[in-house]
Each structure stands twice: as C-alpha cells, then as structure tokens.
Ligand binder design. Structure first.
Ligand SMILES: [Zn+2]
Length: 188
C-alpha cells in the first residue's frame, strides 16, 4: 500500500481517496480534496496559504529539519523482498514515529516558551503605560518604582495592624474563657 502526500497541503492520501492531475509534461499532482485541487487551479502558492504544511514549515511553526524525515525520502532503487528486512522495517517505523513525536513535542514547547516570555513583556509594558488607572490614591505622579515601594509599605503596615487586632481579640477571648471557668468553679 503506497501512501502519497497531497501536493498542496501535504496531507496523507490513502488509496481510493483524492484526485490526480497529470500535466502535459507528465508531471503528476495528487490532491487530498477538492479544496486543494481548487486552490491549485487558482494557481495559489502553498507556501503562501496559511493552512498548508508548506506554510507552517516555511515559517518555523513546525519541525522542518530533522533526521527522522530522511526515512521518508523517495528511493529509486528497487528492493528485493526479504522477510527479515520487512519485519525490521516495521519495527523501525514504530520507533521512528515515537522519536519524531517526542521531538515535535519538544519543538512545540520551546516555541510556546518564547511566546510566554513575549506575552509577559507585553503585559509589563501595558501596566507601565496605563499605571495611572490602577495606582493607589496620591501616588499617580510617582515613578513605578516609588509606587511599588509605597504599596509594599502600605501592605506591611496593614498586615502589622491586622496581626495586632487578632492578638488583642485572642487575649480578650482568653480572658472571657478564664472568667467563665471561674464562675463554673464557683457554682460547683
Ligand atoms: Zn490537500
């Protein structure tokens, strides 16, 4: 069973699917769907159409250069059937697929890490430019660093105050318990 690749989008074409077009110079073009066939007839360049594999690879959005792709290369030398060779090839296909999947995952992760740091930078600039909208009262004319210091100081003060309040409340509660137990002992 020979699987072909769509000329336009590079999708795999299974037997009985798609359409082939043979140009008058005997070049064969295979298409996975009428969508790809129509795009070809419109003389569109697959590298300029965003949903094709060619576009994604050209833009560095997908793994393009990798040693695992060498196994897929077309070979012109015919190979004589050999049972051992076939079983070894089947094993190798599975292993190559595993390796490629892992590399694709790593590639995607690396690409997204870059996006994350870019997003963070964009958010930081947004905060810096629109800081007046979220600045605490009376700090709008300060620089971002001074503002941050003021906020840290205020938070620390509030924390100290709340700890004091909690401590005094606990003391009061403890005193009340003491008096209650006193009255209990008197009743007994
Ligand atoms: Zn296609």
């Amino acid at each position: 069973m020979r699987l072909h690749k769509c000329w336009f989008c590079s999708a795999t074409i299974y037997p009985g699917h798609g359409i082939s077009f043979v140009r008058n110079d005997a070049t064969m073009f295979r298409f996975c769907s009428s969508k790809c066939h129509k795009n070809f007839k419109m003389k569109r360049n697959p590298r300029k159409v965003k949903w094709t594999k060619a576009f994604r690879k050209a833009r560095g959005k997908e793994l393009a250069v990798d040693s695992t792709f060498d196994f897929e290369r077309k070979r012109n030398r015919p190979v004589r059937y050999n049972r051992e060779l076939v079983s070894a090839a089947l094993k190798a296909i599975k292993r190559v697929d595993q390796i490629r999947a892992a590399r694709k995952k790593a590639f995607y992760k690396k690409r997204m890490d870059a996006v994350k740091s870019m997003q963070r930078k964009a958010e930081e600039t947004e905060i810096r430019t629109n800081i007046s909208l979220i600045a605490p009262q009376g700090t709008a004319d300060l620089s971002v660093e001074e503002m941050a210091q003021t906020v840290t100081r205020t938070v620390a003060e509030r924390k100290a105050r709340s700890t004091r309040v909690i401590a005094s409340a606990r003391r009061k509660a403890g005193a009340a318990n003491m008096s209650e137990s006193d009255s209990d002992s008197e009743a007994n």
